[in-house]
Design a binder for this molecule. Structure first.
Ligand SMILES: [Zn+2]
Length: 256
């Protein structure tokens, strides 16, 4: 954090969200490589002639030179590193990009750096427009939860810690206990979500595989629904947040 004590300091960051401020100022919510989530002011950034303008839009990966302020730091200079021009080309891709940014903003703590989260977000933005964005988003959710210290238990029972051998076609998942359950723990636990064994196998791959490899993964409609429910409940239970963008996706219906 030494850099932030100086009057001017540099950081590479992804713009998660922007909020119009007074006059032509723009308040930026960033996730930076060096300092994690932060809020900074870009003065005059909404003026048509502003040189900052193109690099302070949502989802841009930008190198910032920031000026330490008494109440809030402000953008002194900025330079675009990656602008992801394909993201706004479809409503669906744009919706998923907003959702991933929303998750990072709401699940992380201001000033806590997490390079894994930063790199995950960049990689997801690079791939969103070319890949199945729904599968990518589910992988993003489970990896993000793991990087924040909440890796779900999928290889053995999260209740009694025994191997899952002999379990039937369906496996219980408990958000509270932190993962899958054997048949006896499933019977003894409240609020268990039953999912197919294949869904658990897919969850393991979403957790383990690099985002770039996911195009090789075939996920059935049933597994998609189960994984969505499992991860929504898991993230809400452990990280206290349920994505608002979910409403946006239901309004899109089956459109891909
Ligand atoms: Zn058990």
């Amino acid at each position: 954090m030494a850099g932030r004590k100086l009057k001017l300091y540099k950081t590479d960051a992804v713009v998660l969200r922007t909020i119009n401020a007074r006059e032509a100022d723009l308040l930026l919510v960033l996730f930076s490589r060096e300092y994690g989530k932060m809020r900074v002011m870009a003065h005059g950034a909404r003026k048509p002639a502003s040189r900052k303008r193109g690099f302070v839009q949502p989802f841009c990966h930008t190198r910032f030179l920031l000026h330490k302020g008494r109440e809030m730091d402000s953008v002194s200079q900025c330079e675009g590193l990656e602008l992801f021009p394909d993201l706004p080309k479809s409503m669906r891709t744009l919706g998923y990009a907003s959702y991933l940014a929303e998750l990072v903003e709401n699940l992380t703590v201001e000033g806590e750096a997490n390079e894994n989260v930063f790199l995950l977000l960049l990689k997801a933005f690079r791939l969103l427009a070319q890949r199945d964005p729904e599968v990518l988003a589910r992988a993003f959710e489970i990896k993000l939860a793991s990087f924040l210290g909440y890796r779900p238990v999928l290889g053995r029972c999260a209740g009694c810690r025994r191997a899952l051998a002999g379990a039937g076609a369906q496996v219980g998942f408990s958000a509270a206990l932190g993962g899958v359950l054997c048949s006896s723990c499933t019977k003894e636990t409240e609020r268990v979500f039953l999912c197919h064994r294949g869904t658990v196998e897919t969850l393991k791959l979403l957790l383990r595989w690099e985002l770039g490899r996911l195009e090789n993964l075939k996920v059935s409609t049933q597994a998609r629904q189960e994984i969505k429910t499992v991860l929504e409940n898991y993230i809400e239970y452990h990280l206290g947040y349920r994505g608002k963008a979910a409403e946006f996706f239901s309004s899109l219906g089956g459109e891909r």
